[in-house]
Write a protein that binds this ligand. Structure first.
Ligand SMILES: [Zn+2]
Length: 71
């Protein structure tokens, strides 16, 4: 547990007011994440879960914003 300037990733709280990241056109992963995220955010959906929705959108936002360490 060294603290040499390595910061923990900020905890992202569910925030329904947050603007949606746009899914990258043609990317099936983005499309799936976007669909799951919007579904999890829909109170009428059986999959309604705001914390999961937040996870999906965080993942979607990161999917193409990883300039280094692309795996
Ligand atoms: Zn993608």
């Amino acid at each position: 547990m060294a603290l040499h300037g390595v910061q923990e990733a900020a905890v992202v709280l569910p925030d329904p007011g947050l603007s949606d990241p746009a899914p990258t056109p043609g990317c099936g992963v983005c499309a799936a994440l976007y669909r799951q995220g919007t579904d999890a955010r829909n109170p009428k959906s059986p999959n309604y879960d705001l914390s999961k929705a937040s996870d999906y959108f965080v993942e979607l936002r990161r999917h193409h914003s990883n300039p280094e360490g692309m795996k």
